[in-house]
Design a protein. Structure first.
Length: 204
């Protein structure tokens, strides 16, 4: 069974193409024009075990908002399409991931009910790299979660050593790695539940 998707999203502000294989080898080819975002999406592929190709051309002359948001929406749509009827999946996934001084917990339910909770420390540096606004991280999870139709919780449990300022790069990167590992677990096929939707309702 092929669990792949190809999503094209075209607006007056962006043109996004996403190719996703849930049963890949962690290969990423990502180009959005926002270097740090490319690095984060590559974390999703590598640590999720997904093959992911993303090509986005956006109105970066305005700012990075539309490019980042529309890419997250297309990525979520790709997950929803690749999962299909969700028969045989584990459904739930969670991960607690350290990145040096930072600790992040992510949990996902392929519920079909979009709901996102995001807890992140205030006072992060406003930008990572020249054009990635740290304020967009929450919006990425909200856009992805609603488009993928999943319940997603992302919590930064520890952001810095006592008395130190958080390193925004570490805080955000740990989130992407934790979400990737949680998704990897949730989308995995459960041999004890082959061909069955993991819900008493019979659908997700």
């Amino acid at each position: 069974m092929s669990r792949t998707a190809k999503i094209e999203r075209v607006t007056a502000e962006t043109k996004v193409s996403v190719d996703l294989d849930l049963d890949g080898a962690g290969v990423a080819e990502v180009s959005t024009g926002v270097g740090f975002y490319d690095h984060m999406l590559s974390q999703i592929a590598k640590h999720g075990g997904f093959d992911l190709r993303v090509a986005t051309v956006g109105d970066l002359e305005v700012d990075a908002h539309h490019t980042i948001e529309d890419t997250a929406l297309a990525l979520g749509a790709a997950f929803a399409e690749a999962l299909g009827d969700k028969k045989g999946v584990v459904r739930f996934g969670s991960a607690t991931v350290p990145l040096d001084e930072v600790l992040v917990q992510a949990a996902v339910d392929l519920s079909g009910r979009p709901y996102v909770v995001h807890d992140e420390p205030v006072g992060l540096a406003p930008y990572i790299g020249p054009i990635y606004p740290t304020s967009m991280t929450r919006h990425i999870w909200e856009s992805f979660g609603h488009s993928a139709r999943v319940t997603l919780h992302v919590s930064v449990l520890r952001s810095a050593r006592p008395g130190s300022q958080p390193d925004a790069h570490h805080v955000v990167e740990a989130q992407f790695k934790a979400v990737a590992r949680a998704l990897r677990q949730a989308v995995a096929l459960d041999p004890r539940n082959a061909g069955v939707v993991p819900s008493t309702k019979g659908s997700l």
